[in-house]
Design a protein around this ligand. Structure first.
Ligand SMILES: [Zn+2]
Length: 299
């Protein structure tokens, strides 16, 4: 039993990260290939190809983390930039590869990984936010991972604020004001077209006041959303991951915590905001955990 291994797949808009994992969440082997986005058939071929290269003795299940809202039957409803609409990916790939398989939203999978094996392993409940190109969210409550729709990046933080991204028609959503793309726009406002979030963080680290202030504003907006999540879910720990979230942690978290504590009702005022520990591997590790759930019948 303990020697059982699974394959996890973290499907992203530009790359497919597939890996062999054991029950401790250790990644024993991994492969990265570009994501085919021309058609759904090519996408399925691309994922199957990456997984087939990792198949071998002892591989017992397949888990997938995908950037899509999932219906109760496991079909993906929608996804920006990736042709996932309407497909039951776990069913299709599980049958093809002859393995038990399960699928989870990628941000939910990352939250599961941080809760079991990362920054949240000491607590019973947490909210995880991944600040990357967009903003993903996952919620773990006392009963375990919330499997449903948890689009925490699309709560309104600034009413009538800047337009959101992709297919979203909203304005002033968390994703529009606290994502890596929002930081790109903040950098462009300071230094012109083509400036990036990376430059914003680098210059803040070098002591540039305008960069520090721009990141603090993003932090306060992040904190406003976090205060609301604390009031809704009653969590005391918020884990922030994603490329931008981790890179900018030093400049976001203090402002976010101050604002979140102001917005939270008294029971939530001892909340903590911490960086994700599993970094860019959280999605892959989470997909592996989802595979073990499929194997154990605990989903
Ligand atoms: Zn939105």
């Amino acid at each position: 039993m303990s020697s059982q291994r699974v394959i996890g797949v973290d499907l992203g808009g530009t790359k497919i990260l597939a890996g062999v994992l054991d029950r401790d969440g250790s990644i024993l082997e991994a492969r990265e290939v570009p994501t085919p986005t021309e058609s759904q058939a090519e996408l399925v071929e691309g994922i199957a190809g990456a997984v087939e290269k990792l198949l071998g003795p002892g591989i017992a299940a397949l888990g997938l983390g995908i950037p899509s809202v999932l219906a109760a039957d496991g079909r993906s409803l929608d996804s920006n930039n990736i042709p996932l609409a309407g497909i039951a990916l776990a069913e299709v790939l599980g049958e093809r590869l002859g393995l038990p398989a399960a699928v989870e939203n990628d941000a939910n999978a990352a939250a599961l990984a941080e809760w079991r094996l990362g920054a949240g392993r000491e607590v019973a409940a947490l909210v995880m936010l991944t600040l990357g190109t967009g903003v993903g969210g996952g919620v773990v409550l006392e009963s375990g991972l919330y499997r449903g729709w948890a689009e925490l990046g699309h709560v309104v933080v600034v009413a009538d604020g800047p337009p959101c991204q992709g297919n979203c028609t909203g304005r002033g959503h968390l994703e529009a004001v606290a994502s890596g793309n929002a930081a790109d726009r903040a950098a462009e406002a300071l230094w012109g077209a083509g400036s990036t979030a990376e430059q914003l963080v680098d210059r803040a680290r070098a002591g540039a006041g305008e960069a520090v202030e721009a990141l603090a504003l993003i932090g306060r907006r992040l904190g406003a959303a976090i205060g609301s999540f604390v009031n809704i879910f009653g969590v005391r720990l918020v884990v922030v991951g994603g490329g931008f979230g981790v890179a900018a942690a030093d400049f976001l978290f203090e402002a976010a915590l101050e604002t979140a504590r102001r917005e939270a009702l008294p029971p939530g005022r001892d909340l903590r905001i911490v960086a994700a520990e599993l970094g860019s591997k959280a999605g892959l590790v989470g997909a592996g955990l989802v595979a073990f759930e499929a194997l154990d019948g605990t989903r």
